[in-house]
Unconditional design. Structure first.
Length: 290
């Protein structure tokens, strides 16, 4: 089967899988995650401290926000750690917090201190709940999404592989004897000096691509078109059309030829469209109605 057909099929499949994942996240996993987070928050308020303002939760950590600072970087964190010293690498809870100071007038900071003390006193209960209730529930919520993500990664990998094959086939075609190419024009925004009001216009120009022709860094020409005359493992002879339309012939090393073809292929197949689309959008946004 043609690689381009395979690529189109894979990209369609990828779009479908991503849509299914997004739909499932919106309709199922996100509401379930929010409900579980609220359930854990209420459990902490009921069993640890009613002062806890809010939490952030995932399957490996719960961040208990401060009353005095809502930023997550300053939160009291209880995270599940692996005991690498044990044979079964058992999970255990670790409490982490940031120091501060307070006066009697700083009620929120004093509340934070009370929360910290309550969490420390109830750390064994939190560890049990995390390992036996909260984490299993979160893992179950995330399982379908992780399976979908795995499928998406596999399709992405297949797309990458087929794109590489298509690219190599294209580059090989550019390197065959008799192949000729004129560089795709580039659109640029320029002032129209011939018009009375000198408006900005989109002007098409033919770019030139550098071809190294010798050992010195000064040995090069810029080609706006070329034809492969003769090629082998070590060198290639090209008929090159320069920017002034002069046609010359150059024999270059395999490395110079490969670098040149890579640049040409990238421009012809991707960069020219990206550049022209960008210039067209910029022109339409800034100058088209002026």
């Amino acid at each position: 089967m043609n690689n381009q057909i395979i690529l189109s099929a894979l990209e369609s499949q990828l779009a479908i899988k991503k849509a299914e994942r997004d739909s499932y996240e919106t309709s199922t996993s996100e509401p379930a995650f929010k409900a579980t987070t609220q359930e854990v928050l209420e459990s902490l308020r009921n069993n640890v401290s009613a002062l806890i303002p809010s939490i952030m939760l995932d399957e490996n950590r719960v961040e208990i926000m401060k009353c005095s600072n809502p930023n997550s970087w300053s939160a009291l964190t209880v995270s599940l750690q692996n005991d690498w010293r044990s044979e079964d690498r058992k999970l255990y809870a670790k409490m982490n917090w940031y120091g501060s100071s307070a006066t009697l007038q700083e009620e929120n900071i004093l509340n934070d201190v009370q929360i910290f003390g309550a969490v420390a006193a109830k750390l064994a209960w939190i560890e049990y709940e995390f390992l036996n209730n909260w984490r299993p529930k979160l893992l179950e919520i995330n399982k379908p999404i992780q399976e979908m993500q795995s499928e998406i990664r596999k399709i992405d990998s297949s797309i990458h592989d087929i794109k590489y094959k298509i690219r190599q086939e294209g580059i090989d075609t550019y390197k065959t004897e008799g192949f000729s190419c004129t560089i795709t024009p580039a659109l640029n925004i320029e002032m129209d000096w011939e018009a009375e009001e000198r408006p900005y216009i989109l002007k098409e120009n033919t770019p030139s691509i550098k071809l190294s022709t010798g050992r010195s860094k000064w040995d090069y020409v810029y080609a706006k078109a070329f034809k492969v005359i003769k090629t082998n493992k070590y060198k290639t002879t090209l008929e090159v059309t320069l920017s002034d339309d002069k046609v010359v012939e150059h024999t270059v090393t395999a490395r110079s030829f490969n670098d040149f073809i890579d640049e040409v292929y990238n421009w012809q197949t991707e960069r020219s469209k990206e550049h022209n689309d960008k210039m067209t959008e910029k022109f339409n946004t800034r100058y088209a109605t002026k």
